[in-house]
Design a protein around this ligand. Structure first.
Ligand code: SF4
Length: 326
């Protein structure tokens, strides 16, 4: 392992000062420590932020929710407010194993890195790990890779289920810069598609600290749920997933929020599916027709063509499930 120094901070001010000097933030460490062991990541300084006061879940005006960046995933999954308002988000967090949920934080969850095996193998070509070295997955074994959002430089999927729910619900990320300035980003702008710079994964600046994610209040109450399909029931990342939230009144769909995971380089919002639903009456035909748009623009690779049909069926099944909820 690359030698590193370790410092523990007790205040946001101290953390930001350490971040300004180039320190790398760590809390649960469930991604970063693994990657350091494999020498995929080689930070010189770790700044332990786990004692910062960023671990509250609070209701916001009108029925939204703000989740501190250091809330453990397990605490968020058990939170009554999150389960009542946005069950899709709580369910997405339950996709991880219990061990991970207990250690990992909300901020770490949305910063987690890809599970592409070539990325984690320092002997393989990988533009994300080593810009300009190539991509071993494009012509290699790519069963788990993306059919949407890929580029000639990277086709790795994003690993977070929670991020799929945040994408569907159009959440916001709150950040604080080393100079103390706060800013907020729509979640859809926070995670970056690979393009020609797959090593840049988030729109976060040097030393910036994630302080919270916020799901806004919706004037119309949403019914919502998350579905994740994978090779085995646990300790496995999704092959396809769907986050769906609907508001149905008077037998007509008035609001639709839909995103997919496990199939794209970032959590994949599905606006064409949403448009196909709004103003329509729920029916089997509608679920199938709307879900058929989920793969618009898909570019499958040699080993993952099955994901095209799998994604359509995942979205269709979850639209029906949420549409038929009482
Ligand atoms: Fe690296 Fe992306 Fe290619 Fe995987 S898909 S080897 S992460 S460049």
């Amino acid at each position: 392992m690359h030698p590193f120094s370790y410092t523990r901070v007790d205040s946001v001010r101290e953390a930001l000062a350490a971040g300004r000097r180039g320190g790398r933030y760590i809390a649960g460490g469930t991604t970063l420590v693994d990657l350091m062991r494999e020498t995929v990541e080689t930070p010189d300084t770790l700044v332990d932020i786990s004692a910062l006061p960023l671990s509250e879940i609070t209701a916001t005006a009108g029925g939204g929710i703000r989740i501190g960046a250091l809330v453990p995933m397990s605490a968020a999954t058990a939170d009554p407010k999150l389960n009542a308002l946005f069950p899709v988000a709580a369910q997405a967090l339950r996709g991880a194993s219990a061990q991970l949920r207990n250690m990992a934080t909300i901020g770490g969850n949305i910063m987690q890195r890809t599970r592409c095996t070539y990325f984690r193998d320092v002997g393989a070509d990988c533009n994300k790990r080593e810009p300009g070295s190539g991509c071993a997955a494009i012509n290699g074994y790519n069963r788990g890779h993306a059919i949407l959002g890929g580029s000639d430089h990277c086709v790795a999927t994003h690993a977070s289920d929670f991020a799929v729910a945040l994408t569907a619900l159009e959440a916001t990320v709150h950040l604080q810069a080393p100079d103390g300035k706060e800013r907020s980003l729509p979640f859809g702008d926070f995670l970056l598609r690979p393009g020609s710079t797959p090593h840049r994964e988030q729109a976060i600046r040097q030393g910036e600290l994630i302080t919270a994610v916020e799901i806004r209040a919706y004037p119309r109450p949403l019914k919502s749920a998350y579905l994740k399909l994978r090779d085995r029931q646990s300790y496995s990342f999704g092959l396809a997933s769907a986050a769906v939230a609907l508001h149905i009144r008077g037998g007509v769909i008035r609001e639709a929020k839909v995103a997919a995971g496990g199939v794209a380089t970032v959590p994949w919002k599905l606006p064409a599916v949403e448009r196909a639903l709004i103003g329509e009456r729920p029916s089997d035909g509608l679920w199938a027709e709307a879900a058929s748009h989920a793969t618009d623009g898909a570019r499958p690779l040699q080993h993952n063509r099955f994901k095209v049909e799998l994604l359509k069926r995942t979205v269709e099944r979850q639209l029906r499930t949420v549409g038929e909820m009482e």
